[in-house]
Design a binder for this molecule. Structure first.
Ligand SMILES: Nc1ncnc2c1ncn2[C@@H]1O[C@H](COP(=O)(O)OP(=O)(O)OP(=O)(O)O)[C@@H](O)[C@H]1O
Ligand SMILES: [Mg+2]
Length: 326
């Protein structure tokens, strides 16, 4: 397997601020990496270094096999970037913007036009396509910007908070296009503050905080680090709680919590789905009828809280600059 993106010990300071403090990670070709972190974590700076827009103070990085400093031109030919703030030409129409990018990437007149049509359709911009972008809403600009990043079918795509400000429909449309690209062998690095999004769409997640990658792995691996799986059983009657608790003790890896009002028992376990089956069996064996039984794994929010000590909710979900736009 080849790594499409390699970051090794990247550091970057802006005056007194250390934006990157030794960021390292790799992204295998044809996979999606989610860079997840709160405001100011260093996500955009990482993307900028990898896309040759900023130079790191130390460390090295390669993208599509080329060094981002020594071979910056070749890197640029192979990547697509949609920055955190839409960077389209306001005075041009969406079609003109896309067409211009197509020409820049040497798709030719007919090729550029065809690709522009496809993307306008795809991002639901066909109707507005011939109006100047300056009259667009924030979400529409975002879609034009994303479409521009996709014109050349780049082999490595960087999307900095791509779905911030998109409505659900545009979000789905975007993910359709992205999935196609990834299926055709492209590699994607996306930054996000949407934990759900990283959870669902990224093959691997790197959690970044204060310029450092503090955890990396699949969503499941990160959840496992918390050791926080719980079985939840809801019984039919208050008097069942005692019987159920006694039956479940051998399975529990910690204290069983009994909520008398909700008629619910919460049992910490380590081997998730096996434990759930075993739990249902012992309760059935004890003659109890269950109203509900389930396995609860920690959410990425909880993972984040455990890893960083900062709840994600503390961070404003949308940058103020972007809010004005929307
Ligand atoms: N050009 C710059 N000049 C000075 N400081 C900067 C500059 N760019 C970034 N920083 C600082 O570096 C740190 C990392 O910023 P960065 O934009 O990479 O964070 P981020 O994870 O993208 O945050 P957000 O979620 O808000 O977009 C922040 O403290 C930021 O203020
Ligand atoms: Mg950012």
């Amino acid at each position: 397997m080849t790594d499409a993106i390699v970051a090794e010990g990247l550091t970057k300071r802006f005056g007194a601020v250390t934006a990157l403090d030794g960021v390292s990670f790799t992204v295998e070709e044809g996979t999606v990496m989610g860079l997840l972190g709160p405001n100011g974590a260093g996500k955009t700076t990482s993307v900028q270094v990898l896309t040759t827009l900023q130079r790191a103070d130390s460390g090295r990085a390669t993208v599509a096999g080329f060094d981002v400093v020594a071979d910056a031109d070749r890197v640029r030919e192979r990547i697509g970037l949609s920055g955190q703030y839409a960077a389209v030409d306001e005075h041009l129409t969406a079609r003109e913007n896309l067409d211009m990018v197509g020409r820049l990437y040497h798709l030719g007149r007919a090729g550029s036009r065809k690709r522009a049509d496809e993307l306008l359709e795809r991002f639901d911009l066909a109707e507005a396509a011939d109006r100047p972008v300056k009259g667009y809403s924030g979400g529409m600009r975002r879609r034009v910007d994303l479409a521009c990043a996709l014109v050349a079918r780049p082999s490595v795509l960087f999307l900095d908070e791509p779905t911030t400000g998109l409505d659900p429909r545009s979000r789905i449309a975007m993910w359709e296009v992205i999935s196609e690209l990834v299926a055709s062998g492209s590699t994607l690095l996306l930054t996000t503050q949407y934990l759900e999004e990283a959870d669902q769409l990224a093959d691997r997640i790197a959690v970044i905080d204060h310029g450092r990658v503090i955890a990396e792995g699949t969503s499941d691996e990160l959840k496992d680090r918390l050791d926080g799986e719980r079985l939840e059983f809801t019984v039919g009657r208050t008097e069942d709680l005692v019987t159920a608790r006694a039956a479940l003790v051998p399975l529990a890896k910690g204290e069983i919590v009994v909520d008398e009002k909700a008629l619910r028992l919460t049992v910490p376990v380590t081997d998730g789905s096996d434990a759930l089956l075993a739990g249902v069996r012992v309760l059935d064996g004890a003659g109890l009828r269950l109203r509900d039984a389930g396995l609860r794994r920690p959410t990425l929010d909880e993972v984040f809280l455990t890893l960083t000590g900062t709840p994600v909710e503390d961070a404003p979900p949308v940058d103020t600059r972007e809010k004005e736009l929307l």
